[in-house]
Design a protein around this ligand. Structure first.
Ligand SMILES: Nc1ncnc2c1ncn2[C@@H]1O[C@H](COP(=O)(O)OP(=O)(O)OP(=O)(O)O)[C@@H](O)[C@H]1O
Length: 251
């Protein structure tokens, strides 16, 4: 995605179960979107479709007017490389340093020789150091990832997602396993990284109250369908109650 990602009547089935249907939406550079809805609504599935990691079984997804399904393999790979996901599981390599874990976010952009070189010699030291500063981990560049706290690990995962300068950052409940205070800090950090730049952010969360004031748009998903797609000011208690009816997940 460079400027625009557009979903036209997108649906996704698993076997004979339809988990997403008739999704129409356009995501533009610089938008910060909160994606909310009860468990099983299809939020993660939607993120994976946007990232080109999953194909729709209905409809089409366009990146700057080009159908993802018709794209040559290289162009699809390029789209995937421009999208980064931060999830609840940070999937860091515990025995590797913070530096190496962050550099891993660049490997899909590098030729094989550069990857080999990086295994022998730490590349991109300054770039990683600057990112660590931004995520409040200055001084931990050479620490083994295994020695970090859960919140620090999520900061490293965020730095790994940001190091390649993605056009679209997809946050899939990245704070779900953290305590409320750390969760707030990490959420704020993610939103701040997206603010003021061209990168679009889709933040999937059960903690809507935290992201409410920081997002430019809110998408409510329920039973695989868009219930609303509106600016935060239009999301009142009635809409939230409708979205979460029958579930106790709203925090
Ligand atoms: N690989 C898969 N195979 C079969 N069913 C799947 C698969 N992935 C997701 N599903 C189903 O699709 C539905 C939507 O899942 P999804 O993870 O997108 O929901 P979600 O809104 O992100 O939920 P949560 O908030 O609990 O993470 C669920 O019923 C889930 O069981």
């Amino acid at each position: 995605m460079a400027r625009e990602l557009r979903l036209h009547g997108v649906g996704r089935r698993w076997g004979d179960r339809e988990v997403l249907s008739s999704i129409d939406l356009t995501l533009r550079a610089g938008e910060r979107v909160a994606l909310i809805g009860p468990s099983g609504a299809g939020k993660s599935t939607l993120l994976r479709l946007m990232a080109g990691a999953l194909r729709p079984t209905q409809g089409r997804i366009e990146v700057d007017g080009r159908d993802l399904a018709q794209m040559p393999w290289r162009a699809l790979q390029a789209h995937r490389a421009r999208c980064r996901i931060v999830e609840q599981q940070n999937l860091l390599v515990p025995q590797s340093s913070v530096h190496d874990n962050i550099v891993a976010g660049l490997l899909s952009h590098w030729p094989a020789w550069r990857t080999l070189l990086a295994a022998l010699w730490p590349l991109e030291r300054e770039r990683v150091a600057a990112l660590l500063q931004a995520v409040d981990l200055a001084g931990l560049q050479w620490a083994p990832a295994a020695t970090l706290s859960g919140g620090q690990m999520q900061r490293v995962a965020l730095a790994r997602a940001l190091v390649s300068g993605p056009r679209l950052l997809l946050a899939d409940e990245p704070t779900a396993s953290l305590d409320p205070r750390t969760a707030r800090q990490i959420t704020r950090l993610i939103v701040d990284q997206a603010r003021g730049g061209d990168m679009a952010l889709v933040f999937c969360t059960h903690w809507f109250d935290i992201v409410r004031s920081d997002c430019t748009r809110v998408i409510g998903l329920r039973d695989g369908r868009l219930l609303f797609d509106a600016p935060p000011a239009e999301i009142d208690e009635t809409r939230l109650a409708q979205l979460y009816a029958g579930s106790d997940e709203r925090l």
